[in-house]
Design a protein around this ligand. Structure first.
Ligand SMILES: Cc1cc2nc3c(=O)[nH]c(=O)nc-3n(C[C@H](O)[C@H](O)[C@H](O)COP(=O)(O)OP(=O)(O)OC[C@H]3O[C@@H](n4cnc5c(N)ncnc54)[C@H](O)[C@@H]3O)c2cc1C
Ligand SMILES: NC(=O)C1=CN([C@@H]2O[C@H](COP(=O)(O)OP(=O)(O)OC[C@H]3O[C@@H](n4cnc5c(N)ncnc54)[C@H](OP(=O)(O)O)[C@@H]3O)[C@@H](O)[C@H]2O)C=CC1
Ligand SMILES: CC(C)=CCC[C@@H](C)[C@H]1CC[C@@]2(C)C3=C(CC[C@]12C)[C@@]1(C)CC[C@H](O)C(C)(C)[C@@H]1CC3
Length: 508
């Protein structure tokens, strides 16, 4: 990885040797984690399966919510000394950083992990906030239903995706995660429990997404579901310039009826592959590719092969498609297990991968952390599709990290943090990896990127590092409805502002 020598040389003697081992041979520790990760998954799997089969969760939900409300009342009775946040430990969350505020704030246990109810009639599923994407697809897909889109990493939670955001390849039709949610259940700062829909309380309904748990504690979410077909028919179209990528993407986005899924990976600024897909129930068995099987190559490497072989069509089982980037954590796994895509490794150990992000995070050493801080960028920038070419060129000048993840999404004109004048098409540009530009400076480069995105009327995803000032943050995100709600719900003492949770200072 980038500048490993510089980091190693910065400490002396014994420390330097230990640091060297931790950085260069991290895979040894990670391989030890693999069986633990698997065991952890299997236990969760069995637990959720039993609970779902027994249908015991719905009857217990009310008392679990009451327990959350009780903690809020206790906070108030103790004099509301420090603001509240959830007690979910930082190492379990899907971001690079640890939240410092968890150490000082009043933490509320929101231990709500179950799927509550599936209504084919209303076409919704009601879930508790700690339900994960892996859990949902494993439960819904075999029943013939699925979410309109599934943010791909198995361990992303519904609560995190509502309070932060989620985007995926059918977002060009369905919008962001908030746009497939129809109702929220929240415990507010006064300990009351409310059910909120677009009609019952539009102000609160539209201000929950992107509020990062600073308006109330989420205890249930009702999400739309759609019929699931067993396979996805995928078309891969290589492109040889940015101009061509732009043209092909727009052409495909003009066919929403034909394309359920639209995604692209750029492997350099002039080379990429645009992927489109539809759910289907019949396959051409000769073209079936079960990419989720343990011995299959990492998905992004598989996509890269179409640059050589030219356009292609194949069929992928639905759940394999939904979690296609899970096994390789997009492409971050290559920094962690460099030989992980070698067929020998895949056949022998692939069934245990991916290591769980939470366990990786829990066991990450200071040396690795420093290395990532200096030599790594993890950012998702949401920009209007018209700014696509300009943005890729800008990222190329600043960091030149490839592959780039490109995921178009529809942004309806609605009240809330992401205010746009009219329904618009945006694109998420995901930059994950080691910058190859020599003058990369984590803070200065990210600040330039943030300024570019803000000027382009874009938004930064908040699980990543933000170096914006409070004023810049308020300029990027419309706070008018949010401020109104914080004052109506008396959040001042109860919860910090979003900025205080996501700014670089609040994270370790
Ligand atoms: C009712 C029910 C509830 C569940 N609840 C939870 C839960 O609460 N928390 C939780 O973490 N898991 C839960 N799971 C399972 C979960 O979704 C995982 O995918 C599980 O770790 C895989 O176990 P498996 O036995 O299906 O093994 P396999 O499918 O063989 O998976 C082995 C490894 O591959 C990964 N993987 C699985 N499918 C794919 C795919 N299509 N593409 C890429 N990688 C893939 C897995 O994450 C796992 O690490 C639940 C499953 C069910 C049926
Ligand atoms: N494809 C995609 O869209 C991807 C999205 N992501 C990002 O990852 C994040 C989700 O990760 P995940 O680990 O699931 O979530 P986190 O635990 O990181 O939660 C994110 C925020 O939501 C708040 N929150 C979560 N649950 C509740 C609740 N029940 N009540 C009140 N507030 C809550 C948390 O508050 P608190 O600080 O109090 O705990 C936190 O501020 C999102 O920000 C998402 O944008 C990451 C990868 C892919
Ligand atoms: C909107 C979309 C699609 C976002 C995808 C974001 C992923 C690429 C991010 C989410 C969590 C994430 C930040 C993570 C890491 C890499 C990038 C990830 C997977 C890693 C695994 C890098 C190595 C680190 O030592 C550590 C284990 C702490 C983190 C954990 C979180």
């Amino acid at each position: 990885m980038g500048d490993r020598k510089a980091v190693t040389a910065s400490s002396g003697g014994f420390d330097a040797v230990v640091e060297h081992i931790l950085i260069h041979y991290r895979w040894v520790f990670v391989i030890v984690l693999l069986p633990l990760s698997l065991l952890y998954d299997v236990l969760l799997y069995v637990r959720s399966w039993v609970v779902f089969q027994l249908s015991s969760a719905p009857s217990k939900h009310a008392s679990k919510v009451e327990n959350v409300a009780k903690q809020v009342r206790q906070w108030s009775a103790e004099g509301a000394r420090t603001p509240m946040c959830t007690a979910r430990p930082s190492w379990q969350t899907m971001s690079f950083r640890h939240a410092k505020y968890k150490k000082t704030m009043f933490t509320v246990n929101v231990n709500l992990v179950d799927i509550l109810d599936l209504s084919a009639e209303r076409r919704t599923v009601r879930v508790e906030p700690l339900v994960t994407m892996g859990q949902l697809t494993a439960t819904l897909d075999p029943l013939g239903w699925t979410l309109p889109f599934v943010p791909e990493l198995d361990d992303l939670t519904v609560g995190g995706l509502v309070m932060g955001t989620g985007v995926e390849t059918s977002s060009h039709k369905h919008g962001l995660f908030q746009h497939i949610c129809v109702a929220y259940e929240l415990v507010l700062a006064d300990g009351s429990v409310v059910q909120v829909t677009k009609d019952s309380d539009p102000d609160l309904f539209y201000s929950v997404p992107w509020s990062y748990g600073t308006l109330g504690l989420l205890t249930a979410v009702e999400i739309r579901i759609v019929p699931a077909l067993r396979f996805v028919k995928m078309q891969y179209e290589p492109v040889r310039s940015l101009e061509e990528a732009d043209t092909v993407l727009r052409r495909q986005l003009d066919l929403p009826e034909e394309n359920e899924f639209v995604e692209a990976l750029m492997f350099s600024k002039d080379e990429g592959v645009v992927m489109t897909g539809q759910m289907v129930s019949c396959v051409d068995w000769g073209k079936l590719n079960e990419i989720g099987r343990w011995h299959k190559p990492w998905f992004f490497e598989h996509v890269r092969t179409f640059l050589r072989s030219g356009p292609g069509v194949e069929y992928i089982p639905l759940r394999d498609y939904q979690h296609r980037h899970s096994r390789s954590l997009f492409w971050e796994i290559k920094e962690i297990i460099p030989f992980g895509n070698n067929p020998v490794f895949r056949y022998l150990f692939g069934w245990m991968t991916p290591p769980k992000v939470s366990l990786l995070k829990l066991t990450q050493t200071q040396a690795v952390k420093k290395l990532y801080e200096r030599n790594h960028i993890i950012q998702d920038m949401l920009v209007p599709i018209e700014k696509f070419k300009e943005s890729v060129l800008f990222f190329d000048e600043e960091v030149a990290v490839y592959p780039l993840w490109l995921c178009p999404f529809r942004l309806p004109s609605e009240p809330g943090m992401l205010r746009v004048d009219k329904d618009s098409m945006y694109i998420d540009i995901g930059v994950y990896g080691v910058p190859t530009r020599k003058d990369f400076d984590p803070k200065e480069t990210t600040r330039r990127i943030e300024a570019f995105v803000s000027k382009a009327k874009g938004f930064q995803m908040l699980y990543a590092d933000t170096y914006t000032t409070r004023e810049e943050f308020r300029k990027m995100f419309d706070h008018s409805l949010y401020d109104k709600m914080r004052s109506r719900l008396k959040c001042d003492k109860a919860f910090p502002e979003v900025y205080e949770k996501v700014c670089r200072k609040a994270r370790d």
